[in-house]
Ligand binder design. Structure first.
Ligand code: NAG
Ligand code: NAG
Ligand code: NAG
Ligand code: NAG
Ligand code: NAG
Length: 689
């Protein structure tokens, strides 16, 4: 990053920007040369239409949001020619002090010129595209130079940010390119459903912060919201609108999202979660799913306190009276995994159809195939009485599936992406004498079967932290995406149970309304911003990290709180990944102004920077609307937020400690209906500068 100030120009301009040019920009460009001047504008023009199709609207909308006035196009408007303004300096001379004193307050026509070498023709071409640009802003207009239209659109975004709240343009010259090629955000549309408009709004905000991947965690055990005509049986595992219609994405919806994102330089990478979290496929054929709807979902047989047997369970120095994962069949209801142990061929056939048919709707060369939290207990290879699986419990099961999966992806010309468990092999979790020994970790035994160019999305860093990057890089993987759950999981908030391992201890909120998990801090924007995944890594691991992913799992996210959980924190992540700079005294003010543009220019109901994730109500997955009393939602877990807090002996309980058994996962949802929550377009707010 480089800031230069051209003092010469400043000496003649009576209208100097109130703040340095760099303060107006988010994310911070690689280099900004401030010309210490602003220019009032009254119209825009592009006589050769060189910028058409490059989202000039971002510029016009920004002007309108700031001034309340339209910025007319002078060269396209019918009627008399616009008044010609005498321009003493051609733009190429701009760094030199003008020869003539000029009145900068006189509004000028602002001419925008784009010089772009290549325009992408399809979404698939976004992978690895050159996103760099340069932007020269003078009193008479802007000149944009970029190798691709993707870079040019980013330039226009930066230009739109250079409009002050008074409708003047801050003069500067900018050269810019991203630090990381992969800058992503994940939305889960299976725990709660979001409309195509909700998704587009998120994509719009991501693009505004120059993020370029929308990772679509489209289905999970709770629902399969895809209209896949081959299997109408899957209608049974979709949520419903009040009129009974199904909440689902058709092929046209998917194509609509893909092309909307493409227009903004954003890749859409679908996640086809496999083979864990797959209860939905039982709707096609019960044989496809092992342990479907197992009840209770978090213990083998409903033994009271089975989840808290004093086994020396856990992990590293976190040994407590908890068997995290130990006897669980899944991490939340409903349980069910694709039965790759007993019905491998049928399972693989289904995957082949899914990738071949639905996978084809997504143009991106990459498909993410999930692979998080696959539980061997589900396949009957761990005795119910064993608290912990053998580390080798998957040795036969996973490789057989993996070979088929790799072939299927190759057949359809798709590159593999998966969560990090797929690449665990040499981790200390399997070493009983290591402090980070993890009694519940199970090797997928597939590291050598997976292509080394697989995109490995690293989330599961509770215990291993950045050591996981080292281990995965040491296994030969060179496309690591950082998604550290302690920093870049956007659902983590005081009311979300699983975000630290100390989840059993809850305390009532002062209002008495719900339990807050004491050490469950909200991943506030500075937490998101300050995390640098390359910090302290070896050269090999650092160079293997190609970017990052913010992840919003949607158990507690409904349509009305979606925007405030995504923004402005996704903006913070966007700057980390684009600019990779350290926080300084101006970061907060810049981010706050960026937030104002999200609200005003993109109609995103962003939180403010002080939001701490505390919601009046604790929400549950939409699945709970329909499963309040089903056995599948039975749990022996320790208390859930929002439930009456009881001690183990049934008496009322206040303060830290363990809470009652047995329990229900869903009952809290009885007080609301998910469909009652809708997105509300935010009121316009003032810009700070
Ligand atoms: C658990 O650890 C305690 C000591 O901390 C030990 O006495 C006990 O035998 C261990 N139990 C199991 C099941 O390993
Ligand atoms: C297991 O961990 C111990 C303690 O850190 C270490 O000394 C040992 O080398 C490790 N064993 C293997 C096979 O990595
Ligand atoms: C919460 O954090 C504090 C300070 O970091 C620590 O002392 C305490 O043990 C933690 N509590 C739990 C339940 O993990
Ligand atoms: C954000 O979170 C960090 C880490 O938990 C904390 O130190 C900091 O005070 C928080 N900032 C705000 C504004 O809440
Ligand atoms: C029930 O448990 C709570 C918390 O452990 C304790 O304070 C209380 O005395 C117990 N009540 C009875 C009747 O045993």
């Amino acid at each position: 990053m480089q800031f230069t100030s051209l003092v010469a120009a400043a000496s003649v301009a009576s209208f100097v920007a109130a703040l340095p040019a760099s303060h107006y920009l988010w994310p911070m460009p690689s280099s900004v040369t401030d010309k210490n001047a602003v220019q009032a504008i009254k119209s825009w023009s592009d006589p050769t239409a060189s910028c058409s199709g490059l989202n000039i609207d971002a510029f016009i909308n920004s002007y309108k949001a700031k001034t309340g006035k339209d910025l007319p196009r002078s060269d396209a408007a019918p009627g008399p020619n616009p008044t010609q303004v005498y321009v003493p300096n051609p733009p190429t001379c701009s760094p030199v002090a003008p020869k003539y004193k000029r009145d900068y307050s006189q509004p000028l026509d602002f001419q925008i010129k784009c010089d772009v070498k290549t325009k992408l023709s399809k979404a698939a071409e976004l992978a690895g595209v050159d996103e760099s640009y340069s932007l020269e802003v003078t009193a008479t207009g802007a000149t944009i130079t970029a190798n691709t239209d993707v870079g040019a659109k980013y330039a226009i975004q930066s230009l739109s940010q250079l409009i002050t709240k008074d409708g003047q343009v801050v003069l500067a010259s900018i050269k810019d390119a991203p630090s990381y090629p992969f800058r992503g955000f994940m939305l889960d549309t299976a725990r709660n459903f979001f409309t195509v408009d909700d998704i587009k709004r998120v994509i719009d905000g991501l693009a505004a912060t120059k993020m370029n991947v929308f990772h679509w965690h489209i289905y999970d055990s709770q629902s399969f919201p895809i209209k896949w005509d081959t299997y109408p049986q899957l209608d049974a595992v979709k949520f419903k609108n009040d009129d009974g219609s199904l909440k689902q994405y058709s092929k046209d919806d998917v194509k609509d999202v893909v092309s909307y994102a493409f227009a903004r330089g954003v890749r859409v990478i679908p996640e086809f979660e496999l083979p864990g979290h797959n209860a939905v496929f039982a709707a096609i054929d019960a044989k496809l799913v092992a342990s479907n709807n197992h009840s209770p979902w978090d213990c083998s047989s409903g033994i009271p306190y089975c989840n808290a047997m004093p086994a020396n369970t856990s992990i590293g120095d976190n040994s407590g009276p908890t068997v995290w994962w130990g006897r669980h069949y899944c991490n939340q209801p409903p349980c069910g995994q694709l039965d790759i142990a007993n019905n491998l061929d049928a399972a693989a056939n289904l995957v082949d159809q899914l990738v071949g048919e639905v996978g084809g709707w997504f143009e991106d060369p990459v498909i993410h195939v999930g692979h998080d939290e696959i539980n061997p207990r589900v396949y009957g290879v761990v005795k119910d009485t064993d608290d912990h699986p053998s580390h080798r419990a998957f040795d036969k099961i996973m490789p057989a599936f993996e070979k088929k999966l790799v072939d299927i992806l190759a057949k359809y010309n798709k590159q593999m992406a998966a969560w990090d468990e797929v690449a665990w092999d040499n981790v200390p979790s399997y070493n009983t004498s290591h402090p980070k020994y993890d009694a519940n970790a199970v090797s997928y035994n597939s590291v050598d079967l997976i292509p080394k160019d697989t995109i490995v999305t690293v989330w599961d860093q509770f215990y291993l932290g950045s050591e996981l990057y080292e281990k995965i890089a040491a296994n030969g993987f060179t496309n690591i995406i950082a998604s550290h759950n302690n920093y870049w999981y956007f659902d983590c908030s005081p009311g979300v149970k699983w975000c630290t391992q100390a989840f059993e201890q809850g305390a009532r909120d002062k209002s008495g309304e719900y339990i807050l998990y004491p050490n469950h801090t909200w991943h506030n924007w500075t937490t998101v911003y300050n995390y640098d995944p390359k910090d302290g890594l070896s050269k090999t691991a650092a160079s293997a990290i190609k970017g990052g992913l913010g992840a919003l799992w949607s158990e507690t996210i409904k349509r009305h709180n979606l925007d405030r959980f995504v923004f402005p924190r996704a903006g913070a992540l966007g700057e980390r990944l684009w600019s990779n700079i350290k926080k300084d005294a101006n970061t907060e003010a810049r981010l706050n102004r960026f937030r104002q543009s999200l609200v005003n220019e993109h109609k995103i109901a962003s939180a403010d920077l002080e939001f701490l994730g505390r919601e009046k109500t604790v929400y549950r997955t939409e699945w709970c609307d329909f499963n309040l009393d089903t056995p599948a939602q039975k749990t022996v877990e320790w208390g859930f937020p929002g439930q009456p807090v009881k001690s183990g002996n049934g008496s009322d309980f206040e303060g830290n400690g363990y809470v009652s058994i047995p329990n229900d996962y869903c009952k809290i949802a009885g007080t609301y209906k998910t469909n009652a929550f809708t997105y509300t377009s935010p009121q316009a707010i003032a810009y700070d500068f």
